[in-house]
Ligand binder design. Structure first.
Ligand SMILES: NC(=O)c1ccc[n+]([C@@H]2O[C@H](COP(=O)([O-])OP(=O)(O)OC[C@H]3O[C@@H](n4cnc5c(N)ncnc54)[C@H](OP(=O)(O)O)[C@@H]3O)[C@@H](O)[C@H]2O)c1
Length: 290
């Protein structure tokens, strides 16, 4: 199978490159090699290649910057994925496009399913939802995979920032009244081939590790895992911050954006593993060695 990955330098894209290198005929483009803001160039580069699946892990992911650079957000997160889907149609290839829990407004208090109405409350969420719609309108084989709180070894995320702070300082705080679920890039890499190796139906799919937590619980569990792995820390208890204290945020963020993985389990016959297990695995594999 020939696979092309966009966003190959990002947290998720780099993980997919690393994990698929041995298994597939793989090509990847990072931001420097293919700029989705330059649609003519992106078109020319991709039209000149052959592939069975195109995985788009590139996006304008800075949620606050999207608020002030709205046009750029819509160009990269919406218009470009629509063009990618059309290029895939020309080649009879499948587009796997990543999206986000931020398409929801966060008013629900039970996991969001693929049938729940999206209602973004930020320019980032709006642009990602617009991208989903363009991809799905282009063809029914294309797959939109919504993920949440992505973490992994290829680019630092929230959990790494918390561990780094706890290594330097005794005081570590995290928000205790915002809820979602971490998603380990390694687990995304494991689950995705079930969707591009077989000719399964396209549409929207939610994927995250199982369960739900606040940022404070997530950080506390990471520090607990570090302690168990013998990683020295100055801070061991995560204090609680409130969302209302985040006065420097530009964009609004959903308070609750847990993604239901029931459809994933139904389609594949497999359940995603619990977030605590995934975080523990990550820390054991990538921190114990540092
Ligand atoms: N991170 C999360 O917690 C999270 C949560 C929900 C959904 N998602 C979604 O998951 C996907 C992967 O995100 P991630 O966590 O891997 O984020 P990431 O580390 O920010 O990766 C995004 C990649 O896209 C690249 N990029 C930005 N603008 C581009 C452009 N104009 N042309 C080409 N490439 C461009 C970035 O390159 P530069 O850094 O060089 O600009 C970066 O390598 C995205 O669709 C995102 O919306 C992420």
């Amino acid at each position: 199978m020939k696979i092309v990955i966009l966003g190959a330098g990002g947290r998720l894209g780099a993980a997919l490159m690393r994990e698929y290198r041995e298994k597939y005929d793989l090509a990847g483009f990072d931001h420097a090699r293919l700029d989705l803001a330059n649609l003519d160039d992106a078109r020319a580069k991709l039209r000149g290649m052959n592939f069975d699946a195109l995985i788009n892990a590139a996006a304008f992911t800075n949620v606050d910057a999207c608020e002030t650079e709205r046009d750029r957000a819509f160009l990269i997160n919406a218009e470009a994925p629509g063009i990618l889907a059309e290029i895939c149609n020309e080649k009879d290839a499948r587009l796997i496009h990543f999206s986000t829990d931020y398409v929801f407004d966060g008013e629900k208090r039970a996991p969001y399913t693929e049938n729940d109405q999206a209602n973004p409350i930020s320019a980032y969420g709006e642009s990602k939802l617009a991208g989903e719609k363009l991809v799905l309108a282009a063809g029914d084989r294309h797959l939109v995979v919504r993920v949440s709180w992505v973490f992994g070894p290829d680019r630092p995320s929230f959990v790494d920032a918390m561990i780094k702070r706890a290594q330097k300082e005794e005081k570590v705080d995290a928000i205790s009244d915002k809820f979602s679920t971490p998603t380990y890039t390694h687990d995304v890499a494991n689950m995705l081939p079930q969707f591009f190796e077989r000719d399964v139906a396209g549409g929207i799919l939610h994927f995250a590790n199982a369960g739900k937590c606040s940022w404070r619980e997530y950080a506390q569990w990471a520090l607990d895992c570090c302690r168990d792995a013998g990683i020295p820390l100055k801070g061991t208890t995560v204090g609680a911050l409130q969302l209302s204290e985040m006065t420097n945020w530009v964009a609004r963020r959903p308070v609750y954006s847990v993604l239901s993985t029931a459809k994933y389990a139904e389609v594949t016959g497999r359940a995603s593993r619990a977030w605590r297990e995934a975080v523990a695995d990550y820390i054991t594999r990538f921190y114990s060695k540092k």
